[in-house]
Design a protein around this ligand. Structure first.
Ligand code: 4AD
Ligand code: MG
Length: 464
């Protein structure tokens, strides 16, 4: 067999399992998942994370090092042969094994026992060891889906004429007016040794909460742009869908109306779901069986049906009909709580919902005002289980209207003057949205907690 071995001289297990051009001598490397002894016969399953399946290696009369334990890294040579066992087309008839790095099954004087020997560990337990949890089936599957989805995001925008834009991480402005920002400073925290010449930038600086405002500047130059970058929010909301550091995708398009924006968001989600179904079939099969029953069917049906659309006013009317079932009474002007979002998606629509035209008081300053003086051209895409997955709007492109709104909100300082320039020179109607990448991964995998879909979660009180 000729395997395409490009790097490191060893094929990936994914390549081995996909090889259809005959069998022969190969050498593989990976980590021991399981080992079963039967007299002269030893079965070792190794996995290298390249795909969900491992490779079954059979040692028939071939010696295996005593004490070889789960988690050890090994190199195995042998012949790839058709497998007599169920559930696998091929297995390795092993001729030799070398241990590259052991993983003690029990405490030794210098190293504690490998903590991930059991078949199953709770996700809470695993969260305490983000550096090792990638070796579990669940977290490895999540990270493969994450990688496929990241690639899918770029492909989606590239195919639609959007340029990939890198917006700054360190910023002087608060895009959302939310106020929950992390300060960036070189000053001594105790304040005992004030830095000579003042703080690094000579003014207050923060980690960005969103690249939107900067993306707007470039949409007014390149027509269609998108960002895909970390965003930071010092929110203390200790929930299963908030992180302090998360990744956000923000398209921004000149000449897009709110209705174009909704169409783009729906196309975006459906395209990503289809890509997940197609490219991550094996991993999604695992999530469907072990994490969220029916997730594959849900994703399929979502890609095949239109998202429900309703205005905020219509949504409130729906919620008021069921007012007694909520802890927070819905009323016109209230921010939608997650119980409300859950109701609209799970009870009213039975699928994703795009809610538009929210009251201006509960939305950001930059959203385009409707003629009614009360609402703005906002849109949130809500999905079952999670609630909000996308937030966006048409942007206010009229200089006077925007300046008046900013003055109302006390934002008339010069740090936003550049943003008003975009309305002073060649202003155009434009729209955009932001999608939390981790919320997408949660939706696609069915993982309940956002901390389990990012390699190193950062949340209030948690920085491992
Ligand atoms: O609704 P948000 O706050 O909107 C913005 O930041 C706009 N500037 C986006 C735009 O129009 N360009 O955030 C957008 C999305 C949310 O819908 C949610 O999916 C995600 O970002 N998000 C978070 N994800 C994880 N942890 C958090 N703390 C998040 N906050 C927002
Ligand atoms: Mg939002």
């Amino acid at each position: 067999m000729v395997l395409m071995v490009r790097y490191g001289m060893f094929p990936l297990i994914k390549e081995i399992l996909a090889a259809k051009d005959g069998f022969g001598e190969i050498c593989v490397r990976g980590w021991v998942k399981t080992k079963r002894d039967m007299k002269n016969l030893v079965f070792i399953e190794i996995n290298d994370g390249s795909c969900f399946s491992g490779l079954q290696c059979t040692f028939d009369g071939v010696p295996v090092p005593a004490g070889l334990s789960t988690g050890s890294s090994v190199e195995i040579t042998g012949r790839l042969v058709p497998s007599p066992s169920q559930g696998q087309a091929v297995e390795l008839a092993a001729a030799a094994i070398t241990v590259l790095g052991g993983a003690p099954a029990e405490d030794t004087p210098s190293i504690k026992a490998y903590p991930l020997q059991k078949k199953r560990h709770s996700l809470e337990f695993l969260r305490e060891m983000p550096h090792l949890r990638g070796r579990t089936n669940t977290i490895a599957a999540v990270m493969r889906v994450r990688s496929a989805m990241a690639f899918g995001v770029h492909r989606f925008f590239r195919e639609r004429g959007f340029q990939y834009l890198h917006t700054p991480i360190i910023t002087g402005s608060d895009a959302e007016g939310a106020g929950a920002m992390f300060r960036v400073t070189t000053q001594d925290p105790g304040g005992t040794k004030p830095e000579r010449g003042g703080d690094f930038f000579g003014r207050e600086s923060f980690l960005t909460v969103s690249g939107q405002l900067e993306a707007e500047a470039y949409a007014a130059a390149l027509s269609r742009v998108y960002t895909f970058a970390p965003a930071f929010r010092a929110e203390h909301s200790n929930t299963a869908r908030h992180l302090a550091e998360f990744w956000m995708i923000e398209p921004e398009a000149a000449f897009f109306t709110l209705s174009d924006n909704m169409a783009l968001a729906e196309d975006f989600l459906k395209t990503l779901f289809s890509a997940a179904l197609e490219e991550c079939e094996e991993d999604l099969g695992f999530f469907d069986t072990h994490i969220e029953k029916g997730i594959v069917g849900t994703l399929k049906s979502v890609t095949e049906s239109a998202f429900t659309r309703m205005t905020y006013t219509e949504a409130i009317a729906e919620l008021e009909k069921a007012a007694s079932s909520f802890a927070y009474k819905p009323y016109w002007g209230c921010d939608l709580q997650s119980e409300h979002e859950k109701y609209l998606t799970e009870k009213t629509a039975g699928g994703p919902v795009i809610v538009t035209d929210y009251p201006k008081e509960i939305k950001a300053f930059y959203m385009k005002q409707n003629g009614d003086g009360k609402t703005v051209k906002a849109m949130d895409v809500l999905v079952p289980r999670l609630g909000e997955i996308i937030g966006g709007s048409e942007r206010e492109e009229n200089l006077d209207v925007l300046a008046a709104r900013m003055a109302e909100l006390g934002m008339n300082d010069e740090s936003y003057d550049w943003y008003l320039d975009l309305r002073r020179y060649g202003s155009v109607p434009h729209s955009g949205f932001g999608m939390g990448f981790e919320r997408l991964i949660q939706y696609v995998t069915g993982m309940a907690n956002i901390r389990d879909v990012i390699p190193y979660p950062r949340a209030a009180g948690q920085l491992y």
